[in-house]
Design a protein around this ligand. Structure first.
Ligand SMILES: [Zn+2]
Length: 441
């Protein structure tokens, strides 16, 4: 008898290699309204609203006008993966359709579920989603890993993109405060970063480092000399506020989008940024930690989508041949480029985190294509990449639907026999993540 592939996919636990789940405390403090579970769909609502979104009540903080605009835009975009995941979660977890009429009832039911306590609420949802382990973004201070702040399933990724793409003295002054040390020269900065990493690693809960600078500077890194990095650092530290007229960062940097300003150009700072990133990756390599890399689509609206091509990262894969890199988000829409990288570089893993929600059909085709070209032990099929556990549940269901369709089709076509199908499903959903991140208990 043919195996029930769908059953198999739905009964296999998920390893979630990338998430931003709120701490239990933040979750309990969050206002329980329909917007709290909307996840990434907000961006689709802004796009549906069109260029006038800036004047739309959608950007207001709640209220009647906001609700009207929210569901008006929702009805125009509920076809997308982002929105469908929320509708699935709302129906399954709260027993309600995600509609304007039900907005108050949605809020009431979330509140009702939370009455059982934050930990229980979390545990129940992760269990229902079948998520067994989570690698949580972003930790860069040990006090962020407090006992009981997150469910037991959570481990952490060290990430500090604002340091790796530091724009001005203020960033450095803030790190002096965080790290309780003076930073006068580049070596002080690198030592501080290493000390900070050591502090977090001592918790034994950090299982990866993360580079998310595709949002700030892109994926292309050069290998600057220490002298060039020092020059850039000294220049940055010598410029004080108002010495040159501050310019909005978009103008000063072109493709940079820090919500701050700099008096130096992106080109002037690049040697510093690239030097710090190399130091960061080298430390991860020494510690045997995988390096997570944001590739592909950028969250929100009006980002510069030209800086997300995973192929830009190839020089780093070549330079750090013994480092394990987990390349995120299917590189979407560059899924075939990512397939080539997964096929070609022994140190590259391919992750579908967030990708099922971005474009379920395209990502289903990508998984099918990867399973035709890349060893299945190098593929991680899920990461929710959201904040609310109810939304994470929706993303998990969406991923299972997609994985099941692909695996059913491969079995039916004769591309995978029963034994291979079983192995692939267990590996891409769970085993590969567990092995790459070294989480056994
Ligand atoms: Zn993320």
């Amino acid at each position: 008898m043919a195996p029930d592939i769908k059953d198999l996919v739905y009964s296999t636990p998920l390893f979630d290699d990338h998430d931003h789940l709120w701490s239990v405390r933040d979750l309990m403090q969050e206002e329980d309204d329909y917007r709290s579970i909307a996840g990434n769909s907000y961006a689709d609502l802004l796009v549906a609203t069109g260029p006038s979104f800036r004047k739309s009540p959608l950007l207001q903080d709640g209220g009647k006008e906001h609700r009207k605009a929210f569901f008006h835009a929702w009805r125009k975009s509920r076809n997308t993966g982002f929105c469908r995941a929320v509708e699935i979660a709302c129906k399954d977890i709260l027993g309600l359709d995600f509609t304007e009429e039900n907005a108050d009832a949605v809020s009431d039911r979330i509140r009702g579920l939370k009455e059982r306590g934050g930990n229980r609420f979390y545990q129940d949802l992760l269990e229902k989603a079948g998520i067994e382990w989570v690698i949580l973004d972003s930790i860069n201070r040990p006090d962020q890993i407090q006992q009981g702040a997150y469910p037991d399933a959570v481990r952490y990724a060290y990430r500090d993109d604002f340091l790796l793409t530091a724009l001005n003295r203020d960033t450095i002054l803030q790190r002096e405060e965080w790290w309780d040390r003076s930073i006068h020269k580049l070596s002080d900065l690198v030592d501080g970063l290493m000390q900070s990493m050591s502090g977090c690693l001592a918790t034994q809960a950090v299982k990866a480092v993360k580079i998310g600078v595709a949002y700030n500077t892109g994926l292309h890194f050069e290998n600057p000399t220490r002298h060039d990095a020092e020059t850039a650092f000294n220049h940055m530290m010598s410029v004080r506020k108002n010495e040159k007229s501050p310019r909005p960062i978009e103008r000063a940097f072109g493709r940079y989008t820090h919500p701050t300003i700099s008096q130096l150009s992106g080109e002037e700072l690049k040697p510093l940024h690239d030097y710090l990133t190399h130091a960061f990756v080298q430390r991860a390599t020494e510690e045997g930690l995988p390096v997570q890399v944001h590739t592909g689509y950028l969250v929100g609206v009006n980002q510069d989508l030209r800086r997300m091509n995973p192929l830009d990262f190839v020089p780093m894969l070549l330079h750090y041949g013994s480092t394990k890199f987990d390349l995120f988000h299917a590189g979407w829409p560059h899924t075939e480029e990512l397939a080539a990288m997964g096929k070609h570089y022994p140190n590259a893993w391919l992750s579908l985190c967030w990708a099922w929600a971005i474009n379920p059909v395209s990502v289903g085709r990508a998984l099918d294509s990867w399973l035709d070209s890349v060893p299945y032990t190098k593929i991680i099929a899920f990461g929710a990449d959201t904040k609310h556990p109810i939304t994470a549940y929706g993303y998990a269901v969406q991923a299972r639907e997609g994985i099941a369709r692909v695996c059913e089709s491969r079995f039916a076509r004769g591309d995978a026999d029963e034994s291979l199908s079983r192995q692939m499903i267990e590996s891409i959903m769970f085993g590969n993540g567990r092995e790459l991140y070294g989480i056994w208990a």
